[in-house]
Design a protein around this ligand. Structure first.
Ligand code: BTN
Length: 254
């Protein structure tokens, strides 16, 4: 593992450093280690491959060369419920970055809380993890983003896809650059939760239409209903067949 180059060089002074590695166990694990060791956030860590890439719900994130694997390390003082809404910020940034980097229009949708899809096929995912910071009252966050560019894993439980199958070639570093620009700009709008209303509107504009049928796994239960948007805190609203609306704060969409 070698930090190939640290690149604040050609970036604006307030833009975080970007560190590139050929291989890491996981960019998110590395980012968390840096935060725990006292490295000052914010920073971005990119790897060409990961040997122990991590997905949500304890799943493995297969990390072949050619795709984007990146994490950012951050520190905030907002409460955990507000920090959870950073997955919406990251989703908007991923959506915007892919749309800008792709030479042809793609029908991308965000799936709550933080998948990026084309139709029913997963194109990328976001993993937000937090822990109490050594700084009193603050939380350290790692926001890990994986986007399939040149390949996608064959999964039993989900369709997957990659950008090269959908659009003329997109260079990883162009996509990375768009992603960082979008993320930093939406993060300013989010403003530690002060701008959450704008974030929720922007996220909903990039999600499947209201009324789309959804299945949610909550522990060992599965419930069905229709997408009814997000509530003001960023939780999912599910309109059930009996007409009632249920607020979903955790769980997973199937
Ligand atoms: C998901 O399950 O949808 C979230 C996947 C997140 C994968 C990314 S790849 C970069 C970062 N490092 C990891 O180990 N995981 C995240």
């Amino acid at each position: 593992m070698q930090d190939l180059h640290c690149q604040p060089c050609d970036r604006a002074a307030d833009t975080p450093e970007i560190h590139h590695f050929t291989t890491l166990a996981s960019t998110s694990v590395e980012a968390r280690r840096w935060l725990m060791e006292g490295r000052t956030p914010p920073f971005w860590i990119v790897a060409d491959t990961q040997s122990e890439g991590r997905g949500r719900q304890g799943r493995v994130w297969q990390s072949e060369p050619g795709n984007l694997y990146v994490s950012t390390g951050r520190r905030f003082s907002a409460p955990p419920a507000t920090l959870a809404t950073l997955s919406l910020v990251a989703g908007i940034a991923v959506h915007e970055a892919i749309a800008k980097a792709a030479a042809t229009p793609l029908t991308l949708t965000l799936k709550w809380p933080n998948d990026i899809q084309v139709g029913e096929a997963k194109l990328g995912g976001i993993l937000v993890e937090s822990q109490k910071s050594a700084e009193p009252g603050a939380y350290d966050l790692t926001i890990g983003i994986g986007i399939n560019i040149t390949s996608s894993p064959a999964l039993e439980e989900r369709q997957t896809t990659h950008l090269a199958a959908l659009a003329p070639s997109i260079a990883r570093d162009d996509l990375l650059s768009e992603l960082i620009t979008s993320f930093e700009s939406w993060l300013k709008i989010w403003n530690e939760g002060q701008g959450l209303e704008t974030i929720i509107t922007a996220w909903q504009q990039r999600a499947a239409p209201l009324g789309t049928p959804l299945k949610v796994r909550l522990g060992s239960n599965r419930i069905e209903g229709r997408f009814a948007g997000l509530d003001p805190s960023g939780s999912l609203l599910l309109k059930q067949n009996d007409g009632t609306t249920r607020t979903i704060t955790g769980g997973e969409l199937l």
